[in-house]
Design a protein around this ligand. Structure first.
Ligand code: FAD
Length: 486
């Protein structure tokens, strides 16, 4: 187990110890040489024909973040009636850029989101991993054409507001009702029903809570004992810079020459950059150690403290940082792996950050929420009667818990791989990534975007296909006489 308490959580993330990965990867093989411690086929993202569920359920969804909207879209496509309750008075999404990796673009494009994202997404050609001190390229991942050709789906970056707005439009077009200013206060997991702050109560066949990291549903689902996500000892500054400013400065204008992602990695810190808004805005996420309680933070000092954190880094990066006019600091939280997402009654479940908050170091948090939604819709649309709902939810839970918990783990490991202090591990990592930089053949890499085994596990995954396969075998098993199953 990686975490048992807050103290353990922080040390698990910030200590230099690396857990043994439970997910398929060769990204840590390079460490074996140190004296110290001694498949997926190409999947389609073509818009697929709707195959409506033979059983139309009335589903209540709590939260209209990216996870809740994905649930709305995925279920409505299958013919279920969906109402989403959002506590905020208006729809919206905070923060700037978000990566939409191939495992999730595949689903979104299949669901028909493509035209709504036109002109908004950017498809970076590659990712360059840079040495913190001088910007030298030490790791490299080709996205176009490699990801496209291998995984059959693009790797996008986009402004969160654009993604959220497009998903909201698609959900409404599919008939999803979205009620804002509707804060859910209580759940009756037997009904099931939920009660809003104004006292009104709504009932349905199933409640899906996508209520985020501060979820209220989680405690109900976990029989009154909450598993609150914990501080990790890291925080991130998020900011955008106008591309005109960058274009005017020859010392940094090179970064806009092609759509690409550039990540500077160093001891306990990294800076992720890419353009969003169709290429019109430059997004930066600056991760750094932060022990103080977010309650005590003074956001007014964020700009100044951000600059202090990166003193001595690559002069080109510092030029970009100097162009930032305002920033916000975000706590980076992670949940301990949770095995139970479905309430004992089988009528209430949680997904997204409520169930599996993770460090953003694999850029897969929202991606997992969308995969959860896809898996749920697939599972409950393969049953023919409400009496089989429990089977569908059991399969959903088994498949999604494993996948999301492994991604939590991969995110944690990625932080360690990126944050080595200069020394033997950093040198071994950089040597192990050299073939990909030099365009040579390689079978493994500490760069989890390039390592062929991690890549296939992470980006080759088709959440609908995986769930359909698991459901087919569970339903086949359930239809056998009891004596055969014993
Ligand atoms: C710095 C940073 C960078 C990241 N980058 C990426 C990335 O590149 N790619 C990626 O895939 N992920 C990324 N993530 C993770 C991603 O942002 C989250 O995993 C994702 O947004 C979670 O979506 P969600 O819908 O589960 O939760 P949320 O977005 O938190 O949505 C929950 C919604 O529920 C509503 N709500 C809560 N309680 C109630 C209630 N009682 N009643 C009604 N409504 C309620 C909230 O108002 C909110 O709208 C990043 C995260 C961070 C911090």
């Amino acid at each position: 187990m990686l975490y048992t308490s807050q103290g353990d959580s922080e040390s698990a993330v910030t200590s230099s110890e690396l857990p043994i990965p439970s997910y398929p990867t060769r990204s840590l093989n390079f460490l074996k040489a140190l004296p110290r411690t001694g498949g997926s086929a190409k999947a389609s993202c073509e818009i697929n024909n709707l195959s409506p569920s033979s059983l139309a359920l009335n589903v209540l969804v709590v939260g209209a973040g990216l996870g809740g909207l994905a649930v709305g879209i995925a279920l409505a496509r299958k013919g279920h009636a969906v109402t989403i309750f959002e506590q905020a008075p208006q729809m919206g999404e905070v923060g700037a850029g978000i990566q939409v990796p191939s495992n999730v673009s595949r689903l979104l494009l299949r669901w028909g989101l493509g035209p709504l994202l036109d002109g908004k997404v950017v498809e970076p050609k590659d990712i360059s991993f840079r040495r913190w001190k001088n910007g030298n390229v030490i790791g490299y991942t080709n996205l176009v054409p490699h990801f496209h050709d291998t995984f059959g789906a693009p790797y996008y970056v986009v402004h969160r507001a654009h993604l959220h707005e497009s998903m909201q439009r698609l959900a409404r077009e599919l008939g999803v009702r979205i009620l804002t200013a509707s804060k859910v206060m209580n759940y009756d997991m037997d009904g099931p029903s939920l009660t809003l702050q104004d006292g009104s109560t709504f009932g349905g066949d199933l409640i899906v809570a996508a209520d985020g990291i501060n979820s209220v549903s989680r405690k109900t689902i976990l029989d009154g004992v909450d598993r609150v996500p914990l501080r990790t000892g890291f925080a991130a500054y998020r900011a955008t810079v106008g591309v005109e400013k960058i274009r005017e400065d020859p010392a940094v204008s090179w970064i806009l020459e092609k759509p690409g992602m550039n990540v500077w990695i160093g001891e306990m810190r990294h800076v992720m950059t890419y353009t969003i808004a169709g290429g019109n805005s430059f997004n930066m996420v600056l991760s750094h150690p932060e022990e103080e309680d977010p309650e005590t933070w003074d956001q007014g000092k964020a700009l100044e403290s951000m600059k202090d954190h990166f003193k001595g880094w690559d002069p080109a990066l510092l030029k970009l940082i100097a162009m930032i006019e305002k920033t916000m600091k975000w706590p980076l939280m992670t949940g301990a792996p949770i095995e139970k997402w479905v309430a004992p009654t089988g009528k209430l479940l949680m997904l997204g950050d409520a169930a599996h908050a993770m460090l953003p170091y694999m850029s897969q948090g929202a991606a997992m929420a969308v995969e959860d939604a896809a898996g749920l819709a697939e599972a409950i649309s393969m049953i023919g009667s409400k009496s089989q709902l429990q089977i569908a939810l059991n399969v959903f839970e088994t498949i999604r818990v494993k996948r999301a918990n492994q991604m939590q783990e991969a995110s944690l490991i990625n932080g360690k791989l990126w944050h080595f202090a200069d020394g033997p591990e950093q040198e071994a990592r950089d040597i192990a990534m050299r073939p990909e930089v030099e365009g040579l053949h390689f079978d493994e890499s500490p760069n989890q975007w390039s390592d062929p085994v991690t890549q296939d596990w992470c980006y080759g995954y088709d959440a609908e296909e995986a769930m359909a396969k698991a459901m087919s075998s569970a339903l086949a098993k359930a239809s056998l006489p009891a004596s055969v199953n014993d």
